[in-house]
Design a binder for this molecule. Structure first.
Ligand SMILES: N[C@H](CCC[C@H](N)C(=O)O)C(=O)O
Length: 221
């Protein structure tokens, strides 16, 4: 699988696309097994068709070491977990993680007070992220419920982001905010996340829906 943002840049991975592609392949009997793998940027993603319109996908191991995300070492730390961060009047605690692609995660008291477009753009293009970053704002609702808004690298504000939900979940588990399974609520719908004890394996279960079909004619000039 190759995944492109709306500005034409390429992303390494995409949770939503992984579930959608898996569902499409299965429904069209291109893939007849209920469990199979999709490769994205040489990362193997195991998928399982739970039932029609519902897919469980294993996402890559979350990576917190900054040089692998990548993040510039402006804090003098190997990992950035809840470090004080400020940009143009927005003050919060920043955590950075790679889910195969880079994410900047902020847990906030009140999501509705966040100017997602303004802060998201500033964080995406902040000099500390050499490859830019996706940016998530999240609010803990209970020990197994999180609500989040996302600003995506290369795409701007979107209604849902699978790798973003996993990034938020990974940081929340690492900082003991939630248990090892949780629902992440987004504007576009919910995803169910779970992980093993060491936060090495993360699974994401969520829906897909075929909304239209067509032909794409690819011309070489
Ligand atoms: N929406 C996608 C992620 C796209 C990430 C992309 N914006 C990037 O440049 O990394 C998801 O469901 O995981």
């Amino acid at each position: 699988m190759e995944i492109y943002n709306s500005d034409g840049s390429k992303a390494e991975i995409c949770g939503n696309a992984t579930r959608s592609l898996a569902g499409y392949l299965y429904e069209n009997q291109i893939e007849k097994n209920q469990t199979f793998s999709i490769f994205s940027n040489q990362i193997q993603l195991q998928v399982e068709i739970i039932r029609n319109n519902l897919v469980k996908a294993q996402l890559p191991k979350p990576i917190f070491e900054i040089e692998k995300i990548p993040v510039e070492n402006i804090f003098g730390l190997q990992m950035i977990i809840e470090e004080s961060f400020e940009v143009e009047g927005f003050k919060s605690k920043l955590s950075t993680v790679s889910m195969g692609n880079p994410h900047a995660v902020f847990f906030v008291e009140d999501l509705e007070k966040i100017d997602v477009e303004k802060v998201g753009y500033l964080v995406e293009n902040h000099k500390m992220f050499p490859n830019k970053t996706n940016c998530e704002f999240a609010e803990i609702k209970s020990e197994n419920e999180i609500k989040m808004y996302v600003w995506e690298r290369g795409s701007g504000r979107t209604k849902a982001c699978g790798s973003g939900a996993a990034a938020v979940f990974a940081v929340a588990v690492k900082t003991n905010k939630i248990s090892r399974s949780a629902t992440v609520h987004m504007e576009g719908g919910d995803l169910f996340l779970e992980c093993d004890e060491n936060l090495e394996r993360i699974w994401q279960t969520g829906p897909y829906k075929i909304i239209c079909e067509g032909f794409y004619y690819y011309y070489y000039y």
